[in-house]
Design a protein around this ligand. Sequence first.
Ligand code: NGQ
Ligand code: ZN
Length: 448
Amino acid sequence: MVSLWFTQALLPTGWATGVRARIEGNSIASVETGVAPAPGDDRHGPAFPGLANVHSHAFQRGMAGLAEAAGPADDDFWTWRETMYRFVLTLDPDRIEAIAALAFAEMAEAGFTTVGEFHYLHHTPDGAPYANRAELAERIAAAAASAGIGLTLLPVFYAHGNFGGAAPGPRQARFLNTPDGYAALLDCCRAAIAPLKDARLGVAPHSLRAATLDEVRAVAALAKGGPIHIHAAEQTREVEDCLAHFGARPVDVLLDRIGLDARWCLVHATHLTESETKRLAQSGATAGLCPVTESNLGDGVFPAPAYLAAGGRFGIGTDSNILISAADELKALEYIQRLVRRARNVLAPPHGSTGRRLFDAALAGGNRALGLSAPGIAPGAPADLVALDAASPALALAKDDALLDAWIFAGAPIASVWRGGRRIVADGRHVARAALAGRYRQALAGLG
Ligand code: NGQ
Ligand code: ZN
């Protein structure tokens, strides 16, 4: 039993001052408010629940910062993808695990306590399965265990190079499965995550480019109550190709020909008509927004004001992991709208805090998208907590919702993170950072 005392904490009922949370095993056993710290309490600054990172390709962290120089022709998403595909061919299982473990530790440092890993590297570079079909899924699970982060594993079905079942390219060989092969892989993935505390399994048809509608349906049917994630409408060329093939836009196709509900998370959903925006919001699905990666890749601007006005749900994801920061994702979501509209506090509720609105939405939407129950800091809830550094000058004048604004917009740092009752970040650093960073450097030595 550990007793934590926080100057303030964001509870399901709102901010409380002088909060003691008793942790037993993985969970919060009790919460008291308006209390002074007692001698046995571990004292901390302002606390809030840990966030879900709804969309990650952990391996891409290994090339962060290495695709920011101009190539021979105009650079865009598709030229970046070629660079990424070349990087994929250099990764063996040890490298993949080392990169993922450090990326997951950095996610914890950033205030994420669970990650949804959209896992599509399944095979050897020439496309032959590993002797153990779930070799790389086991590496992802091992990486999550070394970082102590919660995992929702989303094994990806990928079969084609574009709409209409086009043949895949040679560099996509590591991703490919037949529907039967995928069902077998999913069973192995279930076994791969079994040793982890509270890990969950979902399914993920990669995109309407990589899976036909029949395949999307077949994959979704394997979800067994777990979440279903798919990339959708990230790039205008993808929308044009979709229109050419189906005579309809990607989100309309998913709504009309697949059927969306609360089990679904549409990653990006960047390019939406007004009607798609409303219909997606009303479907109960979650939009998996990754504004830092979407900025980095030049994807476009998600219509956040109209989507939120229609009651749309969203979670945030670090996707390419070019930068791993929950605060930066939320900040980018708002700042992009400020730049486009030449206005401030665009996503705030009337007279309310922008940071609080974004945080509440990302907490609820993220938990839903990763299949987690979401009671926040309350008895019976998993002890997944984040505490800011009370000594930071950025917090000198902040209380209540302004604490979240200071974290998101003013850079107030995180000091501590607990996941499943275990403290995995102290003094702003993951407790295993040195070892994981060492393994990362060693695994990548000789590359590039
Ligand atoms: C991915 N990334 O799966 O990593 C993709 C690139 C694709 C983003 N879409 C591959 N940001 O979409 O075909
Ligand atoms: Zn993605």
